[in-house]
Ligand binder design. Structure first.
Ligand SMILES: NC(=O)c1ccc[n+]([C@@H]2O[C@H](COP(=O)([O-])OP(=O)(O)OC[C@H]3O[C@@H](n4cnc5c(N)ncnc54)[C@H](O)[C@@H]3O)[C@@H](O)[C@H]2O)c1
Length: 265
């Protein structure tokens, strides 16, 4: 067990799977007391069990992040039961690609609710507690689709770009209250959500890996390590950034593949 987040009361949303689950495990391994939120009760319980088996401290809280009253209740319960709120990590989200002209209005609204509205609701509720404490860390999971256009992810990209903007605004407005806000931008990650979609794409894994400079998909733990750093005092002067953790995907400008194709004449 490490000490980098010793005693930090932390809420992580969407922590029943993937990036959220790995972050909950790593936060707990660094001494945090973790409130594991998910809409899926079994998934949240599995994360809590895994943490308990490793000697960590976690409780489950089942709630739908798209419901503002449920977010208020999550944060109120945390403060009531655990005394305060040190870290709020708005991580739940997701989408599968769909051509923009085919996105039904109900699906558009669902994607914005899950990937943008939810982050605002939780952040606003957390801010009210953290302002009174004059201390706190807010983390958000954005996406490469929020930094640049990813094919057929227009609505998700709109929402994730909004998350980046929200992190900057919180940093600008609440730094004076001792509150930091930062976003993490994962690249293509080997999580249940992404792998499920990739399985529907012909030769998907090989084609995706070929586009990552490091040559592999990321792991949920790759993101969790960045989240621990940003949540910890090691990042006490890091505020308002979006940290890509994507094997270098964000750094690459599209170009024809010329490796090994130099002319010899
Ligand atoms: N996997 C990737 O390649 C990738 C890339 C970039 C960004 N992201 C982002 O990372 C975050 C986590 O993604 P992941 O791949 O770990 O996903 P995942 O599908 O593996 O896990 C997401 C979890 O969120 C929960 N969830 C879904 N809707 C919810 C709701 N309304 N309320 C509460 N919980 C809910 C799910 O039950 C699930 O346990 C998301 O914001 C996603 O957009 C993922």
């Amino acid at each position: 067990m490490g000490e980098r987040l010793a005693g930090r009361i932390s809420i992580i949303t969407g922590a029943g799977s993937g990036i959220g689950a790995a972050s909950a495990r790593l936060f707990a391994a660094q001494g945090a007391r973790v409130v594991v939120n998910d809409i899926d009760a079994d998934a949240a319980a599995a994360t809590v069990d895994a943490i308990a088996k490793s000697g960590g401290d976690a409780v489950a809280h089942v709630a739908d992040v798209t419901n503002p009253e449920a977010m208020d209740a999550l944060i109120a319960r945390t403060v009531r039961d655990l005394g305060r709120l040190d870290v709020f990590f708005a991580n739940a989200g997701g989408a599968v690609p769909e051509p923009t002209e085919k996105v039904a209005l109900a699906e558009y609204r669902r994607l914005i609710a899950l990937n943008l509205d939810s982050v605002f609701y939780g952040t606003q509720s957390a801010l009210r507690v953290m302002m009174a404490q004059r201390k706190g860390v807010i983390l958000m999971t954005t996406s490469g689709a929020g930094l640049r256009a990813v094919r057929h992810l227009a609505v998700y990209g709109m929402a994730k770009a909004g998350v980046i903007s929200l992190a900057r605004s919180i940093a600008a407005d609440y730094g004076r209250y001792g509150i930091r806000a930062n976003a993490i931008s994962p690249g293509p990650m080997a999580t249940p959500g992404f792998l499920g979609w990739l399985a529907t794409v012909r030769d998907g894994l090989r084609r995706f890996e070929a586009q990552v400079p490091i040559g592999r998909l990321g792991t949920p733990e790759d993101i969790a390590h960045a989240a621990v750093f940003l949540a910890s005092d090691e990042a006490s002067f890091v505020n308002g950034v979006t940290l890509p953790v994507d094997g270098g995907v964000h750094a690459v400008f599209a170009s024809p593949a010329v490796d090994g194709a130099a002319r010899s004449d």
